[in-house]
Each structure stands twice: as C-alpha cells, then as structure tokens.
Design a protein around this ligand. Sequence first.
Ligand code: ZN
Length: 417
Amino acid sequence: MNPDLLLTNCAVVDGRVVDGTGTGPVPDGAVWVRSGRIAAVGPAEPVRAQARAAGTTVEHDLAGAYLTPGLVNMHTHLSLSLPGEGGDGVRRMGPHELALYMADGARRTLLSGVTTVRCVAEKDHADFALRRAIEAGWATGPRIYTAGQALVCTGGHGHGSTETLECDGADEFRRGVRSQVRAGADLIKVMISGGIAGEHEQIDTPQLQPDELSAVLDTAHAWGRKVTAHAGPAGTIADAVRRGLDCVEHGYQLTAPVAAEIAGHGTALVPTLLVTRCKEFFDELAVPDWMKNRSLSAGPRHLESFGLAVAAGVEVLLGSDMPPFWQFEGTTATVRELEHMSEAGLGPARALYAGTLGPVRWLGAEPDLGTVEPGKYADLIAMDGDPLADTTAFRTIRWVMKQGRVVRDDRADGARW
Ligand SMILES: [Zn+2]
C-alpha cells in the first residue's frame, strides 16, 4: 500500500464522520488522507472526487461505521507494577525484558484505539527508548508524551521502584526536574500526596513541603514543561493549583470550593475513576488486601469529587491508570473509564472531547492531533455505534489508523460493515 495514496471512505448507509470539533456526524462522509495527514473531510462524493483527481486509488470502505479521532489516554503506565504478585513479575524484569514488555503494551494500546498516550511514571527511562523505537518504525505503538520518572519524596507515593525518583528539599526536586528534561521528558509528574498503592501512607497524607513543590513548578515552567500532580486531598490540591499546577491526577477528595478554584485557574483534572472501582483487576494481579480495601472504600467519595469537578466546569480528561488496553468488564480499561466519566455527568459528547481534543489541547498538540480536520495527522478509529449517542459505542472499535497507516482492520473476520 502506498501511504501517499490512501482514501479512507466512510461512506454510504450509516457512514458518518464524527470529527470531534463539537458538530454532529457527517452522514455519508469521507476523509481523504495524504502523506499521513488529512487532506480533506466532508460529504463523500466531493471528497472522493477530489482524491481521485489527485491520483488516489486506495479506498477503505467503512460504510456503516462511525469514524472519530483516535483516543488519547492521559494517565498511562506501560511498566505498571502494583504491590502484589502480578506487579512483582514486572518488577523482577531486567532492562531488556522490560523494554520488550512495554513494547508489547504499546502495540496493544494502539490496536485498542488509543493513538496517543501521556505516560506519567515509567521505569528506568525505558519509555524514552520505546518512544524512539516507535518513531523510527521499529516498534508499533501510540504517540508517546512522557514524564519519565515521577518525582516523589523519600518514602512517598510510588517510591521503591525505578518509575519514581526520590528527592528531598527544593534543590533535589529542581535536580529531579532537570534530570527528566535531560532524558527527554515532555512534562513533569510529581506526587504531592499519598494514594492507594502506598502501604505506609493514606490518600490524604500531604507529602511535599511548599518550597519543594514551588521548586518543581518554577523549574519545569522555566524549561517550558507542564507539571501534573498525583493528588488526593482538597487542601493539598488547592495549594498546588494556586502555585501554578497544570493538571491534577485522581483528585479523590475535592470539595465544591476547591473544584471552583481548579476551574478558575484552568487546571485540568484526570480523574482515573477506574482506580477505585476495579476489584477484578486487583484480584487478577493479587494485590494485597490493604490496597484493595483502601481503593474500593474510596470509590463513592471519588465519584462525588468527579461530579463536583464537572459541575464547576473543570476541564476533565480521559486517563485509565490501568494499562490502556487491559481487558476489563467486557472492554478495555480506556473505554471503561470513558464510560464511567460519561455516566457520572459528562454525557457522550463531552466524553468524546475528554478523550480526544481536550487532552490534545493540554499537550499543546492541537495543530497536529485531536480532531478530524484537514492538516492534522490521520489518527482515526472506526466503530459500529454512534459515540455521540452512547459512549459504549467505543466498545465496538474495529479499525484503527495511525498517521495514515491502517494498523487494525477486523472486517476480514466479521465483515460487519
Ligand atoms: Zn498512575
């Protein structure tokens, strides 16, 4: 297949392009892809005519399918190792095995319809090697934006493994930021409170001193990197947001005033609702009881917190924390998270935004990604259902294109379209 001459046609019958800009589906739509980017999009006949006139001969007839931008998962760990047996297996891997394991996860992630990830703590800087391999075409995977290792105080959330770097005092946190930037980090991740997976902490344990957090924010911002923070309690989050934090992960215990403050500062929230409602996943990995209990008991408050954020108008973004491709409750972790967000107050249209254009704006990648519009990379997915009517439509993803290359096409099996 010549990638320069590729027509993606989602025409006829139920074929509709959901371009992700907030407008309704284009029935009988088509997308013309040239050199990995979208050359034209709109009603099928004129787009097809334009493409053929330019010499395009390849057509993907996805008639009946809904075509959207690829999903963006903003809270990914391809080297995740939770406490317990499952995590021990990953922790025991040597560097070569770990790289191959992460490459396999990256491939599954892309095939599941997630065309971009934001990694927020990965082991041993293997994420940078993986990103290079994907960019070079040696490995198949999504676009990777990564924080490298997360910064954490001694004994803080996520310590004790190579996906975190322990720092104490403002100077060490400055050095931590610089060392991630030196390795190639696109953003900085910092743990500012306890969480679910730390035995000697609670979700509401504050973990950084004010001067340590300010050192992270000032240094990262000076180098043009945004900062996202693992954070649970409202007070810790409010303080960080006032100091200039760019994104909150989890936000387990928000209050209405703090949600309003987050919205007022334009800070984003990646709620990761799954982490307090994924008993099956924890069972599968044999995580210890203390962790399971802490997670599941935090669930109702977590959901309430998300509702307050949505009501306050906070920019909420898709992130699964679980590996994006993980099979969970009949779909992938990414889709299950999006369903939770949709059901808990966002609704399907805003859920689509939270999984596509919203994250891309945060990443500063809007010229290239996030919608089906001319000039952008052709990162597209197709599904049977209408995602603007029901978020469960993402369960029916059957076809995935990254930068004009079809990486998954299930039609040979079922020919449903
Ligand atoms: Zn995480």
